[in-house]
Ligand binder design. Structure first.
Ligand code: B12
Length: 364
């Protein structure tokens, strides 16, 4: 499909960019400008100027003549904006392919972190991730303490624009959730603080999952918590992490029976299913459900399990061949390995294609 689209496009060195955009236009969502400005952080005026002068994207038009942007357009604009925030002019980056921009933005982020660490950071502190992230984290905590939901929402939105997704998650969202848990336990925050923050964080994570989940992705993932597991944020963070890694993510929510997870994996042609288990630990019903899930899940769907209760069931996880992962870094590494393995398989002459949903169901 991708080759076919590339062949259709004859715009020279930028062919892959427009090939990707065409594909998204043919099948993906189209978004009006206000969605684009909200998701990227660009103002409408700046966006129009970039289009006029540099043709950074070529939106289609509605019948009424309004601009309509694809998901790939939005991703490209977001990367361009980040590249300019790092100190470049738009003219220096407008011609780069989306892949080159992704690499550039990632490199900027790493360089920024190293420089800041050299200036101020002691290993092991929050500054390991980014001082900028630490500042957002402090601001978020202040908003929670004041029960200021709009303020928390606005701070997280700013963080989402300014920081690479991995920093947003590892440097702001996860530490914020951890602090909330600690303060709640200590009794220095009341349940209302936790509820207010949870509602805002859930919306943020859902936005990250939706907007980072690439419609162009070739690898699909389903994420859920199994039966009896109601703690949701591990699963949400994992889903957002995978989306930011370029996976197409289907987030299923909590407390799901094995059969439902398997059906979603089959229907979305998932390469992997990720489960979060937190409480209760070592639960016999959970372990039965995990065994059943492995039998109803197609064989070529990798099962990945993490969360505080995972180690209590490591015997069962070993037995069913599930990958038990402790943290988001290990998860990212696993996702990259899975994608490489799949690409290598697809490139091997005569390699077996991933089963179609009905085949997979029959085998199950
Ligand atoms: C919020 C919360 C709740 C909320 C959940 C809301 C929701 N929609 O999720 C509510 C109020 C419902 C709740 C209920 C309960 N909770 Co509670 N809860 C918490 C709290 C404060 C935060 C959990 C959280 O969201 N953390 C943030 C996420 C991101 O962290 P995480 O899940 O650990 O995930 C990280 C890693 O584990 C990993 N990860 C997680 N999943 C996966 C998956 C994969 C594939 C990978 C790679 C990685 C990975 O990545 C994440 C990022 O680092 C914790 C305390 C704490 N500090 O953790 C207690 C806590 C988890 N709850 C606890 C308990 C006991 C309960 C209740 C029994 C309380 C009660 N008496 O009713 C009930 C249980 C209800 C039930 N039926 O199971 C205990 C569990 C103790 C234990 N381990 O044995 C904790 C630890 C509090 C405590 N110290 O006592 N809880």
């Amino acid at each position: 499909m991708y080759c076919l689209i590339q062949n259709l496009d004859t715009t020279g060195s930028r062919a892959p960019i427009y090939g990707m955009t065409i594909r998204a236009r043919a099948g993906g969502h189209r978004h009006p400008m206000r969605v684009v400005t909200r998701r990227t952080g660009l103002s409408a005026d700046l966006l129009r100027a970039w289009e006029r002068r540099y043709e950074v994207v070529k939106p289609s038009r509605s019948e009424g003549g309004r601009r309509l942007y694809s998901d790939a357009d939005i991703e490209r604009l977001r990367l361009l904006y980040r590249a300019t925030l790092a100190g470049r002019s738009i003219g220096q980056v407008a011609e780069l392919s989306t892949e080159a921009l992704t690499a550039l933005v990632r490199h900027d982020a790493e360089a920024d972190a190293e420089a800041e660490l050299g200036n101020q950071g002691a290993p092991g502190s929050e500054l390991m991730t980014s001082p900028q992230a630490a500042r957002y984290l402090t601001d978020c905590m202040r908003c929670v303490e004041r029960l200021d939901a709009p303020g928390l929402d606005a701070t997280l939105r700013r963080a989402a624009v300014a920081l690479p997704a991995a920093w947003l998650l590892d440097g702001v969202v996860v530490p914020l959730l951890e602090r909330l848990g600690t303060r709640w336990r200590e009794g220095t925050l009341r349940p209302v603080h936790g509820h207010l923050a949870s509602a805002v964080l859930r919306r943020l994570l859902e936005r990250v999952i939706e907007s980072a989940s690439s419609p162009l992705a070739t690898a699909n993932l389903v994420v859920a918590t199994p039966v009896g597991q109601v703690h949701e944020f591990g699963a949400l963070v994992v889903a957002a992490t995978a989306a930011a890694e370029g996976w197409r993510v289907t987030y299923l929510g909590t407390d799901l029976p094995a059969e439902d997870i398997a059906e979603a994996a089959v229907r979305t042609r998932a390469r992997a299913a990720a489960l979060s288990v937190v409480f209760p630990a070592g639960d016999a019903a959970l372990e039965d459900d995990l065994r059943r899930l492995r039998t109803v899940l197609p064989k070529d769907v990798t099962l990945v399990v993490g969360g505080a209760a995972a180690s209590a069931s490591s015997g069962v996880l070993n037995e069913i061949g599930a990958a038990q992962l402790d943290d988001l870094e290990a998860f990212r590494a696993q996702l990259r390995t899975l994608r490489r393995t799949r690409t290598a398989r697809a490139l091997t002459p005569g390699a077996r294609r991933a089963p179609s949903p009905p085949d997979a169901q029959r085998r199950a």
